[in-house]
Design a protein around this ligand. Structure first.
Ligand SMILES: [Cu+2]
Length: 192
C-alpha cells in the first residue's frame, strides 16, 4: 500500500508540473486569469491601444526633399541622399519619426520635382529598382507604412508639400524618389 500511495503522489505531482509548465509557457507575465485561457488555446496578443490624444501626440515631422543635398553614409544603411530631417537643413539623413507622429514631405528644391515613396521594409540593403513614378498618390491621412505608399509628384507642376500622413506603425521603411532613385535619392524612415 505504501508503494502504490507514493506512486500516486508522484503522478499527481507530475500533472501539476505539466500544468504549471503550460501556464508559464503559454502566457508568461499574463494576468492570473490569462492562464486558463492559454490552456484552452485562447491566448491572444494584447489589444492595441488607441491613438494618443492630440494633447499627447508627438510633434509633426517634416521631411525635406532635395537631390542636391549633402549626401550621407549611414553606418547601418549606407549611402543616402536627398531626404532631410526637417526643411531647414541640406544634410541628407536617415529619417527618424516617433510613433504616432504626423509626417509631411516637402520639396525644398525649387524647380525640381520629387516623390517620397515606400519600397518596403528594410531587408539589409536598398533595392535595385526605385519606386514606380506612375503610382497613385496615397490619400491624406493614411499611414506611411501602407504598401506602395507614395506622396505622388511634389514640386513642379504642382505644390511643394505633400498631404499629411500618419506614422503609427513601428518599423523601418525604405523610401526613394521615383525620379532620382538612380542618382541615389533614398533613405530609410525609422518609425519608433
Ligand atoms: Cu527626386
Amino acid at each position: 500500500m505504501r508503494i502504490s500511495g507514493t506512486s500516486y503522489t508522484f503522478a499527481f505531482a507530475a500533472v501539476l508540473a505539466i500544468a504549471s509548465a503550460l501556464y508559464v509557457g503559454g502566457c508568461a507575465g499574463g494576468s492570473p486569469y490569462a492562464g486558463a485561457a492559454c490552456l484552452l488555446g485562447q491566448c491572444s496578443s494584447p489589444v492595441p491601444s488607441p491613438s494618443p490624444s492630440p494633447s499627447g501626440s508627438p510633434a509633426a515631422v517634416l521631411v525635406g526633399l532635395n537631390v542636391n543635398a549633402t549626401p550621407t553614409t549611414d553606418p547601418t544603411f549606407g549611402a543616402e541622399l536627398g531626404f532631410l530631417q526637417g526643411t531647414a537643413t541640406t544634410q541628407s539623413s536617415t529619417i527618424h519619426v516617433p510613433v504616432g507622429s504626423t509626417i509631411q514631405f516637402v520639396d525644398v528644391e525649387p524647380g525640381t520635382a520629387h516623390t517620397a515613396a515606400d519600397l518596403g521594409k528594410w531587408s539589409g540593403k536598398f533595392p535595385a529598382n526605385g519606386p514606380n513614378p506612375s503610382a497613385t498618390m496615397t490619400p491624406a491621412g493614411m499611414d506611411i507604412s501602407i504598401r506602395h505608399f507614395t506622396t505622388g509628384n511634389l514640386g513642379p507642376p504642382g505644390g511643394n508639400a505633400s498631404a499629411i500622413y500618419t506614422a503609427d506603425l513601428p518599423g523601418m521603411y525604405v523610401f526613394g524618389c521615383a525620379y532620382h532613385y538612380g542618382q541615389g535619392m533614398r533613405t530609410v524612415v525609422i518609425v519608433q
